[in-house]
Design a protein around this ligand. Structure first.
Ligand code: FE2
Length: 375
C-alpha cells in the first residue's frame, strides 16, 4: 500500500515473510515482527506516563508475525498473528530506532574529541561559576567531549566540591570519605597526601566499579609547584593502536590486578589497562603505577607485556601530551576518570596547598546534560 506522510515524504509498508518492510522517501528498512511486537507503544504494552514495558518476552508468542499493515497519516497500523494484537507506530520513530539515542553511547572513543597534544585543547576554557550555574551545558559537554571542564570563582568554603557535584549528579562516597583532602598529611595512606610529584594516573583502578568522574576544588594555594596535569588516555591508546598494534592487543587482553590496602580497606580489581567496548572501541583506561600488581607471566610473555606497558607509558608521559595548569583558590576541575590521567608536580610540604576532592559518576552527568541540552 502507498500513502503520503508530511509534505513530500512518500511512505509505503508491506508484509514480507511475516516481517514489516517500510519505505520512507529513499530510506528502506526491514523490521522483524517480534521486535515490532516487543516495541509496541500501546497502553496494553507500556505503562501510561512512564513508557515502561508491561510484559515479558515469554508473554509474546514465539511465532509472532505481522499479519496486516496499513499506513494512516504519519503512522503505520500493524496487526500481529497469532494473537491478533494491534499496534500503531510512528513511522519516523521506526526509522530513527536504527540509531542509538543521543548520549546513550557517549562513553567510547567514538563519542569524544581526542587530543593527542596539550596544544589541541589550549588555550584553556574556564567557566565562571555564575555562568556555569546559569547554564551548565557547555561545561558538562566539555567533560564528554574533551574529558574535563574547569570552573573558576567557585566559593572556597570547605565542602563546596560536593555542591559542584550535585549540580549534575551524585557524589560517590568511598573509603576516603565523601570528600578527600589533598594536602600534606603526617601519616599519609596515599602518596596523594604528600608533597611528592605524582605521575599521570587514573584514580581508584582497584575499585569495581571505578568512580567515573573526579572533582578537585582548590580551597587555597600559596605554594610554588603543585601544578596539575591532564593527559588524554584514549588518545594515547589510539596512538598505540596505530603505531604498535601488537602492544595494543596485549594491553587490551591481559588482565592486571590493581590493589589498595590500608588499615581499614582492602580493595582489588582485575581488569586490562585498556578496556574495549562490545564494538572494539576504547572505552576505559586503568593506569596507576602505585597500585598496579603486574601479572606473573611466562618469561617470554612477561617481556612482551612489559614492552607494551612501557610503550604505552612513554606515550602517556610524553611532555607534549600533558596539559599543565595551576589550580588557584576557587578553581574546580571536573574530569572523566575513565579516560584522562591526572598528575601533579612536587610542591613544598610547608607551603599552603589545600584541595578538596570528591568522586561522582558519568551517568548522572550525561543525564543532566541531556536535560539541559533538550531545554
Ligand atoms: Fe589521583
Amino acid at each position: 500500500m502507498y500513502s503520503h506522510v508530511g509534505e513530500n515524504l512518500s511512505v509505503s509498508a508491506l508484509v514480507v515473510d511475516g516481517d514489516l518492510h517500510l519505505r520512507v522517501g529513499d530510506t528502506q528498512v526491514d523490521i522483524a515482527a517480534i521486535w515490532l511486537r516487543d516495541s509496541c507503544p500501546c497502553p496494553e504494552s507500556r505503562g501510561v506516563g512512564n513508557g515502561q514495558k508491561l510484559f515479558n518476552i515469554v508473554d509474546l508468542p514465539a511465532d509472532t508475525q505481522v499479519e496486516r499493515v496499513r499506513i494512516v497519516g504519519r503512522n503505520v497500523e500493524v496487526e500481529f498473528s497469532p494473537d491478533g494484537h494491534r499496534g500503531v507506530f510512528d513511522v519516523e520513530d521506526l526509522i530513527a530506532a536504527d540509531a542509538p539515542p543521543r548520549l546513550a553511547d557517549a562513553r567510547s572513543e567514538s563519542a569524544k574529541r581526542l587530543w593527542r597534544k596539550a596544544s589541541e585543547v589550549s588555550p584553556l576554557q574556564w567557566s565562571a561559576w555564575s555562568d556555569y550555574l546559569a547554564d551548565p551545558a557547555p561545561a558538562l559537554r566539555a567533560v564528554v567531549d574533551e574529558g574535563f571542564a574547569l570552573l573558576t570563582g567557585v566559593p572556597t568554603e570547605l565542602g563546596q566540591v560536593v555542591a559542584v557535584a550535585e549540580t549534575f549528579g551524585f557524589v560517590r562516597k568511598t573509603n576516603y570519605g565523601t570528600i578527600f583532602d589533598v594536602r600534606v598529611e603526617e601519616n599519609p595512606v596515599n602518596l596523594a597526601f604528600t608533597g611528592l610529584a605524582i605521575s599521570p594516573h587514573t584514580d581508584n583502578p582497584y575499585r569495581d566499579p571505578v568512580p567515573t568522574l573526579q572533582l578537585l576544588h582548590c580551597i587555597h594555594n600559596s605554594t610554588v609547584g603543585g601544578e596539575s596535569g591532564l593527559v588524554d588516555g584514549f588518545a594515547a591508546a589510539a596512538t598505540l593502536r596505530e603505531k604498535d598494534p601488537r602492544a595494543f592487543d596485549i594491553l587490551t587482553s591481559t588482565p592486571v590486578t590493581f590493589r589498595f590496602d590500608s588499615a581499614d580497606a582492602h580493595l582489588s580489581t582485575v581488569a586490562p589497562m585498556i578496556t574495549l567496548d562490545h564494538s572494539g572501541r576504547i572505552c576505559e583506561i586503568r593506569f596507576n603505577n602505585r597500585s598496579m600488581v603486574a601479572p606473573r607471566l611466562e618469561p617470554d610473555v612477561s617481556r612482551e607485556f612489559y614492552n607494551a606497558y612501557r610503550t604505552f607509558a612513554e606515550l602517556l608521559y610524553a611532555p607534549d601530551a600533558q596539559l599543565n595548569f595551576q589550580l588557584d583558590a576557587g578553581d574546580c576541575l571536573i574530569f572523566d576518570n575513565t579516560r584522562l590521567l591526572h598528575a601533579r608536580t612536587a610542591f613544598a610540604a610547608t607551603g599552603g596547598r589545600h584541595l578538596q576532592g570528591t568522586y561522582a559518576d558519568l551517568d548522572g552527568l550525561l543525564s543532566a546534560l541531556h536535560i539541559h541540552e533538550e531545554n
